[in-house]
Write a protein that binds this ligand. Structure first.
Ligand code: ATP
Length: 230
């Protein structure tokens, strides 16, 4: 269980509040108008933005002050965050050891992750020699080797065409189901919500609302969500 207890996050003059729990293994879409604070919420959960108030717990353990790399949380960034001068295997290896002093076991984990995302045989390439979809797969492999119970995705695969985006979402969805990971994904697309989300967190008016079952919420949205969905 991920517990957000009386959380407040400040970004300059902007303030976002959140107070709810997320059950383990749930897949949650984070939606809301532009500038509402979706990335701010994920950044705070991932440990990239400090909390102004409140507590963050994972399975009863207070992780409010735990540094980013030591949280039970991995994040997939919109731009994939791949280093152009490093090989695919090294880029994935950064998820295990930032100094890239990789053991034989680490290398086996990297090979397994690349296999799971369909990049076997591409270990030695640099990101520039991969297609956009393959780059997304490499970034996803880096999330997999971190082996964290919570995965955050901030508008993933936004740079990909619709078909490839759906393929990647299905891949993430399948891997999360297989590993039992808890997934939080920022998206602007209701089709993404229908495709993979159990629940929806609606962010608006300085507040991230508690997760609501996705199907019921989309079928009968409250006025603010209805206005957002158009
Ligand atoms: N580093 C910063 N300093 C000051 N204000 C910031 C900073 N980063 C974000 N903000 C502000 O915080 C608010 C929330 O931004 P955030 O990026 O979380 O919104 P979002 O819902 O993810 O938007 P989008 O859908 O457009 O990506 C915005 O008003 C933004 O201008």
């Amino acid at each position: 269980m991920l517990t957000l207890e009386g959380i407040e996050i400040a970004q300059g003059d902007f303030l976002l509040a959140a107070d709810f729990t997320i059950a383990p293994g749930r897949k949650t879409a984070v939606i809301g108008p532009s500038g509402a604070g979706k990335s701010t919420l994920l950044g705070a959960l991932g440990g990239f933005i400090p909390l102004r108030a409140g507590r963050l717990e994972w399975e009863g353990r207070d992780i409010t002050q735990v540094p980013q790399g030591q949280r039970p949380i991995a994040m997939l960034f919109q731009d994939n965050n791949l280093f152009p001068h490093l090989s695919v295997a090294q880029n994935v290896g950064l998820g295990i050891r930032p100094d890239l002093k990789l053991t034989a076991d680490d290398k086996a984990s990297i090979a397994l992750a690349l296999d799971r995302v369909g990049l076997q045989g591409m270990e030695a390439r640099t990101p520039g020699a991969l297609s956009g979809g393959q780059q997304s797969r490499a970034a996803l492999a880096r999330v997999l080797v971190q082996d964290r119970p919570v995965i955050l995705l901030d508008e993933p695969f936004a740079a990909l065409g619709p078909a490839l985006r759906q393929e990647m979402l299905d891949l993430v969805n399948g891997l999360a189901t297989e590993t039992g990971a808890t997934l939080l994904m920022v998206t602007h697309d209701p089709a993404d919500v229908r495709r993979i989300a159990d629940d929806v967190i609606f962010v608006e008016g300085g507040r991230a609302a508690a997760p609501q079952p996705a199907k019921a919420l989309l079928e009968d949205p409250p006025p603010a969500l209805r206005a957002y969905l158009g």
